[in-house]
Write a protein that binds this ligand. Sequence first.
Ligand SMILES: C[S@@+](CC[C@H](N)C(=O)[O-])C[C@H]1O[C@@H](n2cnc3c(N)ncnc32)[C@H](O)[C@@H]1O
Length: 412
Amino acid sequence: MAESQGQQLELDVTNIAHGGISVARHEGRVIFVGDAIPGERVLARVTEDSKSSFWRADTLSVIEPSEHRQMHVWSSASVARKPEDRAGGAEFGHIVPAHQRELKRQVVVDSLKRFAKLESDVATGVTVEELPGDPDGTGWRTRVRLHVDASGRPGPYAARSHRVIPVTELPLATAAIQEAAPLAARFVGEEHVDIVQAGTGGARLIVGQQKPTTITEYVGEREFRLADTGFWQVHTHAAQTLTSAVQEAIDGELFDPRAHNLDLYGGVGLLAAAVADRFGSSTRITSVESDKAATGFASHNLSEWIGAEAATGRVEKWIAQLASSANSHDRARLRASTIVLDPPRSGAGKQVVQSIGGLQPAQIVYVACDPVALARDIGLFADRGYDLTALRAFDLFPHTHHVEAVATLTRR
Ligand SMILES: C[S@@+](CC[C@H](N)C(=O)[O-])C[C@H]1O[C@@H](n2cnc3c(N)ncnc32)[C@H](O)[C@@H]1O
């Protein structure tokens, strides 16, 4: 069907879809359109027509703008540029922040309806909460990766492409990163350059596979040590927001500090510390993480709690092994447990959900950065006897389509 590629169409945009794209219809066929807003009429160019069920298109110009449209916060990503020259990573930057959150709310509610068959008040009543910081949604990013092109120029990729776009500013990044970012430098032979702003010491540049250095991040007064190349929540206020959200998501009536509580996909122990901070010095919790360097830091970060420990392993294997080796006392401690999990974008998946379900914990707190993966897993947990009893969502990534959710699931 390649004859439609490149064709220009006037489209009425009706809905938002997962992934930061909007939905329009043309002659009965769904077309996913980038850089548009539901309610707008746009002139778009078809970029993909290989599937019979849907096509993709880029907005070329806006014919009837939405009342929620604003000038893009990043001129390098503006619809005024040719689609292939627009920087990626700020695909909602042309939408006023409050409406970005409304569209993200719709995606969360719609995902739960479609993939978990859930239309309860808990599911439909969710809102997407704004984080502290600049209300215009800029200046929050403490980690930025710039890719490097064949001539050594660094920049973000264009949306859905590996084409490096040279830029002169990074408005989503913190002031320290904007100042330190070597946007005019050349890095011939490197694949990428990372700029990281740690809790202390300004912005650092990490070129290619440079050896890691230990940095310190703070959540309130609490210190977390980690590698500058390792995982840490990206928004300046994300670690504190998720700490409070996880603490509040746990039903205190169902929490047993002496149970075999788990923090799965634990990184350097941020959420295990959140749990132990709320429930006190006798809290028992094991943080499980596949990155050995991270669990080394987690052991240090959790050392104030005698019952907190870090284990290195892939969750899917580690938990299956735990289930197969548990005796009746272990099983009772697991049945009384609270399990926090914070998997990567792909979610926990069927195998891990089945293993967790098999342990029959009292409650599960699921921190998710992908609403579709979360909804799929909530549906799988429902089959294992767990109901969604609380849900919050947070705008951890303003001007992008990403949204973070914290869900509590309780054993029926
Ligand atoms: C979204 S991060 C969350 C980290 C931590 N909860 C935090 O908030 O800082 C997900 C973590 O899961 C780890 N990870 C990814 N896949 C894993 C797996 N199959 N088993 C264990 N850990 C995994 C990653 O290394 C990363 O540290």
